[in-house]
Design a protein around this ligand. Sequence first.
Ligand code: ZN
Length: 61
Amino acid sequence: MRCTSCRSGSMEENTTTYFAQLENCYVIIENVPCLKCVQCGDVVYRSSVMENLLKKGPQRY
Ligand SMILES: [Zn+2]
């Protein structure tokens, strides 16, 4: 898969720390699987991962 930001780097499996601000709290989730560009470091989350985070995140954290 090619990076959508720099259009030259390739995306590789990686993990990152997801950070989001919800209505009245902050959510920090470590070791979230993602694809990271080896060239510019841009991170893309899989849509299934994001769905899980949005569904479970506010209750679990
Ligand atoms: Zn890139």
